[in-house]
Design a protein around this ligand. Sequence first.
Ligand code: JFZ
Length: 422
Amino acid sequence: MIQRDDSIALGRGQRPGARQDPRLDWWRDAKFGLFIHWGLYAIPAGVWKGTPIPGIGEWIMRFARIPVAEYEKLAEQFNPVAFNAAEWVSLARRAGQKYIVITSKHHDGFCMFQTAQTRYNIVDATPFGRDPLKELAAECQKQGIKLGFYYSQTQDWHHPDGHGNDWDFDETKKDFDGYIEHYVKAQVRELLTNYGPICLIWFDTPMIIRPEQSASLVELCHTLQPDCLVCGRVGNELGDYASAGDNKIPRTAVDADWETPATINDTWGYKQDDHNWKSTSDLLHKLVDIVSKGGNYLLNVGPTAEGIIPQPSVERLLAMGEWLAVNGEAIYGTRPGPIQGVEWCRSTARPGKLYVHVFDWPRGGELRLSGVNGVTGAYLLSDPARTPLRVAQSGADLLVFGPTQAPDPIDSVVVLTRGSAA
Ligand code: JFZ
């Protein structure tokens, strides 16, 4: 079952009808991205001193109230020698994903990039000594995938003035303004200066950030790289596009620029005990459901401390890529179609064509569609010969006569041509 929810925070630039900004054109067409949550939390992988810690893995420092002095030591062991930027980027490409968003700094404050603002970073504090974001940036350029950075601007449990750590630091004595002004801004500047073109910055959990602070972060990003998009979680209803709640899909089509960030299992950062993998069918249905409502799907993987993307994630992404290799025309560059609110199918559209995504193929292969008109022909997207399917009008409904067996067990796409496009 698809979980539905209407909780989309629409920012100023994202009000219905506001899909005008051409800087988002690529993003509106991309539909599917790879989210990567990777950091020191992959070492404990959900278990601290022998005790499994419930909840999402990248939150272990807070959930177990681990003191900075103890958590910091994880850096001395962090040596992900199996990390291979070319393989990660190639996985995204083969999965049919058009952009990658990776954690540059999550709430634990550990920097997965070289920064002059703290020695608490992967180059200076680990035996690994390499900058994986540099390597990913080079590979993304090479393989034609866009790269964006997740950056936790409000929560930082390592910085004495960052928000969220009340077990080491006294929240009332924090200079949060100074932290934003001198630390966060300096790091955003590094991220948007040292890694080539960055497609977006994915800020998160705005919490206590004030409107003028959110606004100045947006401005900083746009000044450094005018084409860099800013995720709505920068806070205070700002940013270039809206973010749905994690794993949440709106009930109906939303005429705004929005994205659903989602897990493949139940955690973002790697957890050794989380084997609750969603099926390929569920993941593809979610992608299609989201695209049919006008959104993007940012699907997460949590690599291990060795730098390996868990095999169950790889298998599912590749299976999605196989379906997309055949049916991508019904996803990329499309807009929501006219058939909405029907349980057994979804619809996407582009000028002259309407794509009916059939999740539950009807007995006998006879599709009854309401609310479509001007149809001049029909064929299965998976059929290279485009053998015409018989169509007939039945009152206000359109009937399409397909094969008796579902052409695809997950989503069979029927193309309806309209107007002059034959
Ligand atoms: C945040 C993070 O705290 C989490 O670790 C992860 O990075 C995720 C992608 O984002 O968690 C959230 C943020 C917003 C909502 C839920 C979880 N929300 O709006 O429902």
